[in-house]
Design a protein around this ligand. Structure first.
Ligand code: BES
Ligand code: ZN
Ligand code: ZN
Length: 480
């Protein structure tokens, strides 16, 4: 999709549709004076009241060059923010592209955020239909933001962020027969070359040499070799602080559960178990273009969790890179096993602050549903930064407890730690396990199991991968 900004009067814009946001109980802007009778009638009939999600379309509007004029509901003005706008644009894009609109122009009202508008369009235009040889999902060819020239910088940021999120969604949407750890590394390498980032991958022999026994125990059951993907961003100017942000993302390209196998029902969804890793790659893509002031290194441990004669067994004891031993009581709790070796390695690479994202537990979905990301930490200052970034980006996040009282859950009779903590508080014991390997390094963990995948489409977003956390992490780095 071509995305452009034009500073033109609305009636001059050539498009299949021009769309204007209207709030509840507000009169239409002067740009729509020729259509005021139509809008009055819409309101009087109750067909359009300005509530969020509403959309009304008029063909051949008088005085306009565009073929259609549409009004989109913005809800109550005092409740509206960047999220409202992002969703409203996405909703208009998804509804109008299905009606055959190819060129959609959005009129940005004064004070509205150009970045969110462009993002909404790019996100709404995404369809997970790469493998359909025929599809009725239509797509826009052009999105035109009608806004003053002063909106250009924010407009460009929105383009970068929208594309980065869709890059993540493409990766997550790939089926696991395509998206192996090797392919994930290749895609990361191509992306790094395209935007000018350093790339490195540790292969299995190197990981063995280093002693990443926890990660290798998970991958040993798969014919697909593991990969520890490392992507580095360095600012052009010497940074003012010694801070070095490490982004660690779970990259399980398929999670069968291993010998502690998952039920068949819904197992196909486990191709999204690399969504944390994909979010970090999308973040790095945006970071390379938006250039924050601090160095950022992404580490993505990528493995496939399979069954077979080589697979690890419940009761196996592995030695992690940190030296701590782990009794694997359940092979389905594999995410934490690969993450801890990556967290230890990130510290060896000099990362001073660690943030990880992982589709780590079903328990976080029980706790928070599909709305909030579960956030865990050992450091309140870093937590505040992450939560502020998430709030600004409209990615709902909820701080979960991680007190030392939970430590007992991970006791093992035969090793330093067990990899599961029992039935209750499952998202917390998983996070606690990670915490044991973060040591004194400030660390925040995002459990995105409930938010990285949409089981049903939304008016503004297709079913499937959501691209969650890319905006939060990018802002975290930019606002450092
Ligand atoms: N990838 C899953 C977590 C998951 C489950 C994500 C359901 C989305 C939906 C993870 O590897 C896993 O299997 N976790 C187990 C841990 C348990 C064995 C302690 C879980 O949550 O059931
Ligand atoms: Zn699992
Ligand atoms: Zn998993």
């Amino acid at each position: 999709m071509e995305t452009t900004l034009v500073s033109q009067s609305l009636d001059r814009v050539e498009a299949d549709a021009v769309v204007v946001l209207l709030f509840e109980e507000e009169t239409a802007p002067s740009e729509l004076k020729n259509s005021s009778a139509w809008i009055d009638e819409l309101r009087a009939s109750g067909e359009f009241t300005g509530k969020t999600g509403e959309l009304a379309v008029q063909h051949l509007p008088s005085g306009f060059k565009a073929k259609r004029l549409a009004v989109a509901g913005g809800g109550k003005r005092d409740k509206s923010d960047a999220s409202t706008l992002r969703r409203a644009v996405g909703t208009a894009v998804r509804a109008l592209k299905q009606k055959g609109v190819k060129r959609l122009a959005w009129w940005l009202s004064a004070g509205a955020d150009p970045e969110a508008a462009v993002e909404g369009a790019i996100l709404g235009n995404f369809e997970p239909d790469r493998y359909k040889t025929s599809t009725d999902a239509k797509s826009l060819e052009a999105f035109i933001l009608v806004a003053p020239d002063s909106a250009r910088a924010a407009f460009e940021r929105g383009k970068i962020l929208g594309d980065a999120q869709n890059f993540t969604r493409e990766l997550v949407n790939e089926p696991a027969n395509v998206m192996t750890p090797t392919l994930l590394a290749e895609r990361a390498k191509a992306m790094a070359a395209e935007v000018g980032l350093e790339f490195e991958v540790l292969d299995e022999p190197r990981m063995r040499q280093l002693g990443m026994g926890s990660l290798l125990g998970v991958s040993q059951g798969s014919a697909e070799p593991p990969a520890l993907i490392i992507v580095r961003y360095k600012p052009a100017q010497p940074p003012k602080t010694k801070d070095h942000l490490g982004l660690v993302g779970k990259g399980v390209t398929f999670d069968t559960g291993g010998v502690s196998i998952k039920p068949a029902d819904g197992m196909e969804k486990m191709k999204y178990d690399m969504a944390g890793g994909a979010a970090m790659l999308g973040t790095m893509r945006a970071i390379a273009q938006l250039k924050p002031a601090i160095p950022v290194t992404a580490l993505i441990p990528a493995v496939e969790n399979m069954v077979g004669s080589k697979a690890q067994r419940p009761g196996d004891i592995v030695t992690s890179l940190s030296g701590k031993t782990i009794e694997v009581l359940n092979t389905d709790a594999e995410g934490r096993l690969i993450l801890v070796d990556a967290l230890t390695y990130a510290q060896r690479l000099g990362c001073t602050h660690l943030v990880d994202a992982a589709t780590l537990t079903g328990a976080i979905v029980v706790a928070l549903g599909n709305v909030n990301i579960g956030v865990f930490t050992n450091n309140d200052a870093l937590l505040a930064r992450v939560l502020a970034a998430a709030k600004a980006e409209g990615e709902k996040s909820w701080h979960m407890p991680l007190d030392d009282d939970y430590k007992d859950l991970l006791k093992s009779a035969f090793a330093d730690l067990a990899n599961i903590g029992g039935r209750w508080g499952g998202a917390i014991s998983a996070a606690y396990f990670l915490k044991e390997f973060a040591g004194d390094t400030p660390w925040v963990h995002l459990d995105i199991a409930g938010t990285a995948w949409l089981d049903e489409s939304k008016p503004f977003l297709a079913k499937g991968p959501s691209g969650v956390a890319v905006r939060t992490f990018t802002r975290l780095a930019l606002d450092w």
